[in-house]
Design a protein around this ligand. Structure first.
Ligand code: SF4
Ligand code: SF4
Length: 692
């Protein structure tokens, strides 16, 4: 859109008035939204300012998640965004010049030439935005991309809602661009412009050539129509912005800026572990003065900003294991339900409300796998919100009886099985050596075993393997024996913050009696809270997953896998709490490679792994009768698409339990095994596996 002499094509008085009215309408609606933010509870989100700025630039302005996600939709969104931002900056310039023409505002010189780079950039960006918008319209109107129109049971309301809004906004953007183009092309013809200005307008010039047969006054009219189409559409677009999902144009980058930052993990001395600190943020404690979030009166301003910022792209719902299994939860719908409630019942911010904000069934369906948060391009924190709401349910006793019993077990015995803590290390009695008690003699590593690896008979064999491997390699390690309690990761995500703090206190007391340099654990859930949340309670030593420790031992030649398992074909399931929460994806693969087995990746692997369905306390909850197929069973089917396999490998005790059950339901030719089983084979076995 050209601006240098636009003022002579309009009324010097009418146009500023139109602008002023448009801005007043926009300001009035925006003020209502700002009031919702101001009425919300506080949230501390200004720590580590430079890291926040960096993330806002990379993820927000740089559109990182769009560029690294599904294509070509991601790149098209980024192109529209960048083009739109630059063209809107041009509108600000236009705005200033328009007022300058009427009232001579200092700082905006209406007659200042803009030069060739401006023409080229303007036309190139208009072209980019037009191509992007046409592609997006194609996805909505022709291809009917499922993610854009509601998915499965949990999004029935979204599916039933009219989707005219997204289409309308795309047409607005198209009109803004086409209006600008017509204005420029008409002006080139009406003013008979040739030479460098025309040559440097790669999009307007061909359109001008097409208009070449028009008289000067007709071309002038085309230019003026384009001008008004461009400007009026911008004003209507701006006024509608806070009323639609496209409010995210204004709120998304601030939302990315204010999203919780990943915790800083303690020092990491292992040679092979160069992975960054956890990319996923630890949970906040409950809002100040509250046990949890029960109504709109309890939501924080960040949760309000989350609701404003949802683009309704559906990336979160598309990766959600709960949605995939037919549970009533869809993360997009959850955020939109909060938004609808805010917009329609703002008074509840003052006096609460009688209806629950989100239903219990939805909240208890979450596995806290974090796939939604990871997928969301605008920094929305579904899991923190779900946990905040669960805290309130737990406080009111609104939870599954089995889960209630499990929490009582934690409170009474410090483990989910409700067994005496003296039985915690009973599995170690089957070994032909004694594992030192780290509270009685100094060791290099404390092994934080976790509940499943201690008490579940299916997993105890894997614990024995780990113990044997480390013992034979001469590694100094010990246990806390009856001093160990559940680390509390799942307890916290169930929403029992008080119990979590009690478990932390008990574990810190046991660790305080021990002398050690570092902790390792076979349980990714324990790893997550020990590594990322315990430092807030005073833990200073680094915490590793056993695959990191083993990979380090292999790399240093301490552990020598002498029997290559050539001919053994395996796949590996990345646990959410290892791969997504803590980015530990390379160490398990290095170990598999060291065994000589052939690794075949499932389509969803690494940080994009699919949840087994056990996390966030789901493993202790009764299945929804309407569930179609459990996530673990879907995962086994995913592995079956890889052809013949010998092992489906896991590196999490809960995964071993979940997938051992899932193969019984689905039926599979391969064996579900802990990665340690493969390592032990490579250490001692002589024969490669023979497939039947
Ligand atoms: S954490 Fe996982 S299960 Fe929960 S809403 Fe997000 S994607 Fe769904
Ligand atoms: S929450 Fe994020 S990922 Fe989900 S629909 Fe909204 S913007 Fe997209």
């Amino acid at each position: 859109m050209c601006v240098e002499d636009g003022d002579d094509r309009m009324s010097d008085v009418a146009f500023p008035i139109v602008w002023a009215i448009g801005l007043l309408v926009f300001g009035g609606i925006l003020a209502g939204r700002v009031r919702l933010l101001l009425a919300a509870r506080p949230a501390a989100r200004l720590d580590r300012f430079p890291a926040r700025v960096r993330r806002a630039v990379v993820d927000g302005l740089g559109q990182r998640k769009f560029l690294s996600g599904e294509q070509p939709a991601g790149i098209m969104h980024a192109l529209i965004f960048w083009g739109f931002v630059v063209l809107m900056l041009q509108v600000v310039l236009l705005f200033g010049r328009t007022f300058d023409a009427a009232w001579n505002i200092p700082g905006f010189a209406a007659d200042q030439p803009l030069g060739p780079p401006f023409f080229i950039a303007r036309d190139a960006l208009e072209l980019v935005v037009i191509v992007g918008v046409v592609y997006m319209l194609y996805r909505r109107l022709v291809a009917h991309t499922p993610r854009l129109s509601g998915m499965r049971r949990a999004e029935q309301r979204y599916r039933d809602a009219p989707h005219w809004e997204g289409v309308l906004i795309l047409f607005f953007i198209l009109f803004i661009m086409v209006g600008g183009l017509l204005y420029d092309a008409g002006r080139l013809v009406a003013d008979d412009i040739h030479g460098s200005e025309r040559d440097l307008a790669p999009l307007a010039a061909p359109v001008a050539a097409a208009l070449g047969g028009l008289s000067r006054s007709a071309a002038q009219s085309v230019s003026e129509v384009g001008w008004w189409l461009h400007c009026v559409t911008i004003l209507v677009f701006l006024s509608l912005l806070p009323l639609t999902k496209h409010f995210h144009i204004l709120t998304a980058i601030p939302n990315v800026f204010f999203a919780k930052l990943p915790p800083r993990a303690a020092g990491r001395p292992l040679a092979i572990t160069q992975v960054p600190a956890a990319p996923v943020a630890a949970l906040d404690p409950p809002p100040q003065g509250l046990v949890g979030v029960a109504s709109l009166a309890d939501v924080s301003w960040k949760q309000v900003l989350d609701a404003f910022s949802c683009t309704e792209c559906g990336r979160c719902t598309a990766v959600c294991p709960a949605t995939a299994s037919g549970a009533p939860l869809a993360p997009r719908q959850l955020i939109l339900d909060i938004r609808d409630r805010l917009y329609q019942h703002a008074d509840e911010q003052r006096d609460g409300g009688s209806e629950p904000l989100i239903s219990d069934e939805v909240l208890w369906s979450c596995t806290t796998c974090m796939a939604c948060v990871e997928a969301c391009p605008v920094g929305i924190e579904h899991v923190s919100t779900i946990v905040d709401m669960r805290r309130s349910l737990v406080d009111e006793g609104e939870l599954d009886p089995l889960l209630q019993q499990t929490l009582q077990n934690y409170a009474g015995q410090g483990n989910s099985y409700g067994k005496s803590s003296r039985m915690r290390a009973r599995w170690a009695k089957r070994l032909d050596f004694t594992i030192p008690d780290a509270r009685k003699e100094p060791v290099q590593y404390v092994w934080f075993v976790g509940d499943f690896a201690s008490f579940d008979e299916r997993v105890q064999r894997a614990s024995e393997s780990v113990a044997r491997i480390l013992h034979d390699a001469g590694v100094s390690f010990g246990l806390l024996y009856e001093g160990e309690r559940n680390a509390g990761n799942d307890v916290r995500r169930i929403g029992e913050e008080g119990l979590f703090e009690l478990l932390v206190e008990q574990n810190m007391a046991a660790l305080g009696e021990a002398r050690f340099e570092a902790i390792f654990t076979t349980d990714p859930h324990s790893l997550n809270t020990l590594r990322n949340e315990y430092p807030e309670y005073g833990l200073e030593q680094p915490v590793y997953h056993y695959t990191e420790l083993f990979a380090d031992l292999v790399a240093r030649g301490v552990l020598s896998l002498r029997t290559p398992l050539t001919g053994t074909r395996v796949t590996y399931h990345d646990p959410c709490y290892l791969a997504r929460y803590n980015r530990i994806t390379e160490a398990p693969r290095q170990l598999i490679e060291a065994t000589g087995a052939e690794l075949v990746e499932m389509p969803r692997h690494g940080a994009d792994t699919f949840c087994c369905g056990a996390g966030g306390g789901r493993i202790w909850m009764t299945d929804d009768p309407a569930l179609e197929e459990r996530p673990s069973e879907q995962r086994i089917r995913e592995a079956q698409t890889l052809g013949e396999l010998d092992y489906f490998l896991v590196s999490c005790p809960k995964d071993l339990a979940m997938y051992s059950d899932a193969v019984k339901v689905v039926g599979a030719d391969f064996e579900v095994a802990e990665l340690t089983a493969l390592i032990e084979r490579a250490l001692v076995a002589a024969d490669p596996v023979t497939r039947s």
